[in-house]
Design a protein. Structure first.
Length: 90
């Protein structure tokens, strides 16, 4: 049965994401995104914490980073960018 579903999954268009949807169903999460989060948390809690901290830092500094990206694109050179980092207890 597993072999059949594996071949079927490979035979269908990749855009259907069947193997990934099957994995999400097995994991018990409603979406691929939530399944991925659960797998990352389980696989490496420290790496998951680093990802969420980086995402929060990027969000907190989105305007500054956008301006720096524009300056870098305009100058075609790396630019210095000052971001604010919140304390871990914030």
């Amino acid at each position: 049965m597993v072999l059949l579903s594996r071949h079927l999954g490979r035979a269908l268009p990749a855009s259907w994401h069947l193997p990934k949807r099957l994995a999400a169903h097995i994991i018990g999460e409603p979406t691929l995104w939530e399944s991925g989060i659960r797998l990352m948390r389980a696989g490496s809690p420290q790496a998951w914490e680093a990802i969420t901290a980086a995402a929060q830092m990027r969000h907190d500094n989105r305007n500054t980073i956008a301006a720096c990206e524009q300056a870098a694109a305009k100058s075609r050179q790396p630019v210095r960018c000052i971001v604010r980092i919140a304390s871990p207890s914030s």
